[in-house]
Design a binder for this molecule. Structure first.
Ligand code: AMP
Length: 424
């Protein structure tokens, strides 16, 4: 079982070449527009969760979690994941990808075998925690042992949990750095892993993570199933995936589905950066907003804005890569519970994070790449709820906004004078 992946020999050679391509730009429209692959016709879509050939306790877990009917990605992708084949699944942010792989993974775990069987990789500890939460809830009626391998948990505690006898965790959820560390320390039992899920896969195959991902794949059994999930998939992503995937089933969303549909998008022409704060205060004084997120392009802007908003008595918290894991966790907990109403963030939190109550996302700074726009604005309007995205634009952003409109074939309208109407 512990054979090393032969295709991995080639991986190293190609890493540098691949990461030099600008994979975060230029999402390949051809791939997006492609119809679901023919492979996918092997698997009938499900209409109900009961049609899945899995332990009844999983179905119990789904219903008690509050899901009634599968979402489009769940209809298409759970069966392929359960089949053991490699899978590449792309669907818009907030459409139920986490539960798709959660059900697929839970259905493949043999609870009676006290071995680590699945590895789920996420790019931030927040996302890993969120995934862990979905697994624990949907798997509530199963006797599954989970492990979180993320920063913020002490290394010795992490090692103990992974090596615990007689029962090792069936499923490990973690971030690439810590997971690799646990593999190198021989704590994580890689030989028995039969499936690896990589969430936000295009980010994971970009410069910051790709070496770690390849190193993890090099140690895991060559016949492990690999499943990649993401909302956006640049063209180079597909080239790279051929190096470590075997004949994957591709479930790709057609371009007309990958839109910002359901989210009203506006811009406010603030002219100069220095006018943004007053505009923001005006906006909040006019709108009754349950919870909102504000995105800035730099840590410094996040810090400055947080300071000013606190001074103006707003209930805000902030998050970016320079604060400690514990602070990040506390911040997210406070925001999820509603203790703080505004969360200010860099792109660190643009992907994958699910906070149900967020109805408004404000781009205090317009993001520089089009993909970030979709990930950020996708924070509002989760799972079919109505959402609003508001962009503060200066004279420098006009071009960026035009690009975004063109790319997503969408319209970003000027904010109406009757602001309160936008939340109706
Ligand atoms: P995700 O794309 O995994 O972040 O999920 C987005 C949101 O949709 C989460 O709040 C999920 O709990 C919710 N969700 C996912 N699948 C379903 C479903 N089948 N029915 C209702 N809500 C769902």
């Amino acid at each position: 079982m512990s054979s090393k992946n032969p295709i991995n020999k080639d991986i190293n050679k190609d890493i540098n070449k691949d990461i030099n391509k600008d994979i975060n730009k230029d999402i390949n429209k051809e791939h997006m527009e492609s119809k679901d692959s023919e492979d996918n016709e092997e698997f009938d879509e499900i209409e109900t969760f009961e049609e899945l050939d899995v332990d009844k306790n999983i179905i119990r877990g789904v219903f008690s979690y509050g899901f009634e009917k599968p979402s489009p990605i769940q209809k298409k992708a759970i069966r392929p994941v359960l089949s053991g084949r490699d899978v590449i699944a792309q669907a818009q942010s907030g459409t139920g990808k986490t539960a798709t792989f959660t059900l697929g993974v839970l259905g493949r775990i043999n609870v009676a075998e006290n071995k680590t069987q699945a590895l789920i990789l996420a790019h931030t500890r927040e996302l890993a925690l969120q995934i862990h939460n979905v697994f624990s809830q949907i798997g509530n009626y199963m006797d599954i042992i989970y492990n979180l391998s993320i920063k913020g948990i002490s290394t010795s505690e992490n090692i103990n949990a992974l090596c615990k006898k007689p029962r090792r965790p069936h499923i490990v959820i973690g971030t690439p750095g810590r997971v690799l560390d646990m593999i190198n320390k021989k704590a994580l039992q890689v030989e028995t892993i039969k499936m690896i899920v990589i969430d936000e896969a295009d980010e994971m195959l970009s410069e910051g993570f790709v070496d770690q991902i390849y190193n993890i794949l090099r140690t895991t059994p060559s016949d492990s199933q690999i499943c990649l999930f993401s909302a956006t998939m640049p063209s180079s992503f597909f080239d790279m995936s051929t190096k470590f995937m075997r004949d994957p089933i591709k479930i790709l969303v057609k371009s007309d589905q990958l839109t910002l549909e359901g989210i009203k998008q506006y811009y406010i022409d603030v002219q100069k950066h220095s006018y943004k704060f007053d505009t923001l205060c005006d906006l909040y004084s006019l709108l009754t907003i349950n919870q909102s997120m504000i995105y800035c392009n730099s840590k410094k802007t996040v810090d400055d804005l947080t300071y000013k908003m606190k001074e103006a008595n707003f209930s805000v918290s902030y998050i970016h890569g320079a604060i400690t894991p514990q602070e990040r966790e506390d911040t997210m907990a406070a925001f999820r519970s509603g203790a703080t109403r505004v969360l200010i963030s860099t792109d660190l939190l643009a992907r994958g994070i699910d906070v149900q109550q967020v109805s408004i996302v404000i781009n205090y700074d317009v993001p520089s790449n089009v993909e970030s726009y979709l990930h950020r604005i996708g924070r509002s309007g989760r799972f079919g709820r109505k959402g609003v995205g508001i962009n503060f634009i200066t004279n420098y952003d006009i071009e960026k906004i035009k690009n975004i409109e063109q790319f997503y074939e969408t319209t970003i309208e000027e904010m109406p004078a009757d602001i309160s109407s936008i939340l109706q």
